[in-house]
Ligand binder design. Structure first.
Ligand code: GUN
Length: 283
């Protein structure tokens, strides 16, 4: 058996095309949507992520506003920049690239973003909306994963879903989104004792840990859907996920590649949220 590949790049390209046409046909606004992207410090991975997000904005017709602060900038400076962008009517979405350098209170910074401009969906108001099933911005990576599952017609109702990782930006919201679709959700983390057993029982595995080689073929039920959110470098310096893709692809029903899987979908959902923020303002 060889797993079907879920092509995140192609799926994301379709979503981007839809957004592009929506922008072209949106006549009720005096300007295109605008996303402000804040990068603090010089984390090399963050610089690449930010560059890709800005490129994607340009490609779809969204204006981007890149704001950079030095790693030794004060929290007050960052909060003041966010306040300015909150009050700026020409800005629809605000994103602060994470992680922030040491010394910043990440939660305080995220809370300072106006919830209606929080296109990452990290603000407590948007997270609370997810918990309670209310409308709000959904976190981009797990939302992108849900779109990928939907694209292959993966049954969610009553399915055993295992989320590996419990971060605020992927694992926790991922579990909630799967639960919202009536999956039976288990969240595994660094203190979990029987990961292999839990994984073997799962119809869907979403791994978001950041550890190459974590998910191996002997952990996967034949035909399961395996989604790899990990972004790591292997010993040869090549980009890879958490899943031993070659071996797991022989067992799984569907699998996502790294790169070209979840990553492009995260960006597509960010553009989608920015478009929604824009529409909320002008519709
Ligand atoms: N760092 C890693 N993933 C993300 C993301 O989706 N948004 C932001 N702002 N920072 C990140």
């Amino acid at each position: 058996m060889s797993a079907n590949i879920i092509d995140g790049k192609a799926l994301a390209a379709g979503i981007r095309q839809e957004i592009r046409s929506k922008i072209q046909n949106f006549t009720d606004a005096p300007r295109p949507p605008c996303l402000a992207v804040i990068l603090v410090g010089d984390n090399p991975a963050s610089q690449i992520y930010v560059r890709n997000k800005i490129k994607a904005c340009l490609d779809t017709g969204i204006t981007s506003l890149e704001k950079r602060l030095l790693a030794d900038a004060s929290e007050a400076e960052l909060l003041s920049l966010i306040k300015e962008l909150n009050e700026d009517d020409s800005v629809d979405g605000i994103l602060v690239q994470l992680p922030l350098p040491k010394g910043f209170d990440e939660q305080k910074v995220i809370r300072s973003i106006a919830a209606e401009k929080d296109v990452d969906g990290f603000h407590v108001e948007n997270m609370g909306a997810l918990v309670t099933g209310l409308k709000g911005f959904r976190c981009c990576t797990p939302h992108g994963v849900m779109k990928m599952l939907e694209s292959v017609g993966c049954p969610l109702e009553g399915a055993n879903a295992l989320v590996i990782g419990r971060s605020n930006i992927v694992g926790k919201p991922m579990a909630l989104m799967l639960l919202e679709k009536n999956a039976t959700v288990t969240v595994a983390h660094s203190r979990t004792k029987n990961l292999k057993e839990l994984a073997k029982n799962a119809d869907i595995i979403v791994s978001a840990v950041g550890k190459a080689g974590l998910v191996t073929d002997d952990m996967v039920k034949p035909g399961a859907v395996v989604i790899d959110v990990g972004m790591n470098r292997n010993q040869e310096g090549k980009l890879c996920g958490d899943v031993d893709i070659e071996a797991v692809a022989r067992v799984a029903g569907f699998i996502t590649p790294v790169p070209g899987g979840v990553g492009p979908m995260t960006i597509a959902m960010l553009l989608d949220n920015t478009m929604r923020a824009f529409e909320n303002r002008f519709n």
